[in-house]
Design a protein around this ligand. Structure first.
Ligand SMILES: [Zn+2]
Length: 414
């Protein structure tokens, strides 16, 4: 079998037909539609000289044994958000399958290195709010105790939902066994942002995933009557928060790829006739450089204190979550750049704002790189998510090049 990128596009459409409704993709992890998607995927493996199993965290592994046990991993995720798009995660898996077929064809079923395709379980965290579940079990960074008691909107616990799909959380850490012999990991993904489209480039090289600082910020003022309280005597918690909402744009603006978002704001008592006595905000800050991230966090804290004092309020911070920036492997970034240039002529290096399973694999110490293909309008996690078919086909070809170069690199480097 030679590489046939058109087949990948056809299979993506088949999957969409099977698992989307009028609102978009419905392959939410640990649901029947997701299991249907996974079952469909296994039908594509029939007749291939591969081994196939689910690990202790529900990740789906397809192994093509090579002359060397050293292993090239190619990954993606078939799960989607509710009302999601047709490409997020599934392009990675199906392009990986096409690359696997090409290796089988070229080397008569026995490539120079072992190649494993993985469909990670629950990348999106859409049902239980826990992203990168399967890949974190693989990486050994997972904390079971915190997750097993999570519930979905109907009150079903994560532990019960997983058990229904044959995954027992007590055994989660056994997924770490899959790391054995892993020498490199590559992942193709849609960009999910507008950068490549704006530059007129089909493909890009991902430098790493941005670190995230995520905080709850509460401004305390004084609830007071909106008619009786003179402007100068107010302790308006919303006014302080509003100043910060604007200031974070300046804080991020000093760095080329940094982003800061105040995504949620709640006011109390939240009625039309009262000055806001308490305002709860959230702040999400991201950058690929740990020093930049630390600086932005410090500056936002200082600004919040300044604005609180200007408005006669106080402010308190509590961390919701954070993760360090995860830069990808410099030599694999280089190989990815070569692959992208060979297929599409141009290339651009960019960080990823969203986290991906690749971040967990990289944290586990496995050399990792990702490739992005342009997203139309920069929209994802939405049924209008789309990419030009010729760009999808180029992305399959570029992933294939990268797989060959990485397999050679594995043999050379070790
Ligand atoms: Zn994804």
């Amino acid at each position: 079998m030679s590489l046939n990128p058109k087949r990948t596009v056809g299979e993506l459409k088949e999957l969409r037909e099977l698992t989307a409704d009028e609102n978009g993709a419905q392959r939410v992890a640990w649901t029947d539609v997701w299991q249907k998607a996974r079952k469909w995927f296994t039908t594509k493996l029939v007749g291939l000289p591969i081994e196939h199993h689910y690990d202790a965290a529900g990740n789906n592994w397809v192994t093509l044994r090579g002359a060397s046990e050293k292993t090239l991993l190619i990954g993606g995720h078939l799960d989607s958000v509710p009302n999601g798009g047709w490409l997020d995660g599934s392009l990675n898996v199906l392009a990986g399958l096409e690359v696997l077929r090409r290796f089988i064809g070229e080397f008569k079923g026995k490539p120079p290195v072992t190649i494993r395709l993985v469909d990670w379980a629950d990348e999106e965290g859409a049902r239980f709010g826990r992203s990168l579940l399967g890949s974190s079990a693989f990486a050994g960074t997972h904390s079971i105790a915190a997750d097993r008691v999570r519930t979905d909107k109907d009150g079903v616990t994560m532990e019960d939902a997983l058990r229904r799909c044959g995954v027992h959380m007590d055994h989660f850490s056994e997924a770490g066994k899959e790391r054995a012999k892993a020498a490199a990991y590559i992942e193709l993904h849609i960009e999910q942002g507008p950068v490549l489209e704006k530059m007129g480039l089909p493909l890009g090289v991902v430098l790493g995933t941005k670190g995230v600082e995520r905080h709850a910020i509460t401004f305390h003022g004084q609830e007071a009557h909106s008619g009786a309280t003179p402007m100068k005597q107010r302790k308006d918690a919303l006014a302080a928060a509003a100043k910060l909402a604007l200031e974070i744009r300046n804080i991020a603006g000093k760095h080329s790829d940094a982003v800061c978002t105040m995504g949620s704001l709640k006011t109390y008592p939240g009625i039309v006739t009262a000055v806001v006595g308490r305002c709860e905000a959230t702040l999400d800050q991201r950058d690929l450089d740990a020093k930049v991230l630390a600086q932005m966090y410090r500056e936002a804290q200082e600004a919040s204190k300044r604005f609180a004092s200007e408005e006669s309020c106080t402010v308190e911070w509590s961390r919701i979550w954070n993760i360090e920036p995860i830069p990808f492997h410099p030599q694999l970034v280089e190989l990815c750049e070569q692959s992208v240039r060979e297929i599409s002529g141009g290339s651009h290096r960019l960080p990823s704002g969203p986290l991906h399973d690749a971040a967990e694999v990289s944290r586990a110490g496995i050399p990792t790189v990702m490739m992005f293909v342009q997203s139309l309008r920069g929209i994802s996690h939405n049924k209008i998510e789309d990419t030009r078919e010729e760009h999808l086909e180029m992305s399959v070809a570029a992933l294939d090049r990268l797989a060959t170069k990485t397999a050679d690199w594995i043999l050379r480097a070790n």
